[in-house]
Design a protein around this ligand. Structure first.
Ligand code: G3P
Length: 215
């Protein structure tokens, strides 16, 4: 399973890329607004850092605007994946941009029906938001299971990019279900490393070794 960072923060990205576990980045208008400054310049810097798919979202809500913005975003770097929100305009824009060879991530997906339509128009990625479903007592991972099954039935090329991840169990469950990608905030990626028994075990190894050296 590929692991993306869900962030537009260069320091967060720089802290994780050297670990060799990061395969790409997702951003959205909220994440880029949080960083401020020139978003195009920031996206280019992110592409240069990660050298994997970097999702950048349009803010237009109409078909023509989405296509225009998508074509412009794609000129930033070869790694840019254009994010469009799900809807009739987004589905149509995904089809048009994909036909031009521009990779598209259909975001704000909350149902298997939406994921099916995104795949039919050649989306490179679909982003089901599992955390926001969990937040309203609906199983986010249940949606992932449905989408993976549907995509396998028809051998769709669209990759399931699990988004709105809140904790490490979302990551583990996404991998168990066969999702292609999981995009996580930095704090969730950090939490994947943590286990108290690992810390206790290492401390014991080192203490025993130190004790033996002093004998
Ligand atoms: O990329 C989509 C993701 O950022 C949404 O996550 O935590 O705002 O639901 P969240």
């Amino acid at each position: 399973m590929k692991l993306f960072i869900d962030s537009g923060n260069l320091d967060e990205i720089r802290s994780l890329v050297p670990l060799g576990i990061i395969d790409g980045i997702t951003t959205n208008p909220s994440l880029l607004a949080k960083e401020g400054g020139d978003s195009r310049k920031l996206l280019k810097q992110i592409c240069d850092l990660v050298k994997g798919p970097v999702s950048a979202e349009v803010v237009a809500t109409d078909f023509d605007g989405m296509v225009k913005e998508g074509r412009d975003l794609a000129t930033i770097d070869d790694h840019i994946v254009v994010k469009v929100p799900f809807g009739k305009a987004g589905v149509r824009a995904c089809g048009a941009l994909s036909h031009e060879g521009i990779k598209v991530n259909v975001t704000l997906c909350f149902s298997a029906a939406q994921a099916l339509l995104a795949a039919k128009v050649g989306a490179t990625f679909v982003s089901p938001f599992v955390g926001r479903l969990d937040d309203i007592a609906t199983s986010g991972m249940g949606l992932i299971e449905e989408i993976v099954q549907i995509y396998d039935n028809y051998e769709f090329g669209t990759e399931v990019l699990v988004a709105s991840v809140r904790h490490p169990i979302h990551v583990v469950e996404a991998a168990r279900l066969g999702a292609d990608v999981c995009t996580c905030p930095t704090k969730v990626i950090d939490s994947l490393f943590n286990h108290p028994l690992t810390d206790i075990g290492l401390a014991r190894f080192l203490a025993d070794w130190k004790k033996a050296q002093s004998q």
